[in-house]
Design a protein around this ligand. Sequence first.
Ligand SMILES: [Fe+2]
Ligand SMILES: [Fe+2]
Length: 131
Amino acid sequence: MTFIRWTSALELPNDEVNEQHRELVARLNAFHAALTDGESGGEDPAAILAFLVQYVGQHFAREEELMAGTDYPHSEDHKAEHRRLREQVQERSQAFIDGKAIDGNDLLELLKRWLVQHILGWDAEMATHLR
Ligand SMILES: [Fe+2]
Ligand SMILES: [Fe+2]
């Protein structure tokens, strides 16, 4: 079962950003599969999550680079939002990776919520400006 289905609503007017968002969704789906129904082909959920956290950092940095090249008026707020999300995600993901008592399903829901909301809100507005 697919955890997050890629829909046209998630498609923004920037190909590079879309490609990275698709990768994030794919990794989150892989994490879900590894946790829930053994569809991961033996992939370790902690390893998938570690990659996801690292890729989120890379992706945010790329968006910040794209915004820096323009006169986008909300880039500082968008960057602050990235910082906030990273702190939240890093802290909880690290606890999971370290084997602490963090419920994988709570973590999945958190990741899904912030990813989808961030794409539909902050990123959609940014991509429209970058167009
Ligand atoms: Fe963003
Ligand atoms: Fe994004």
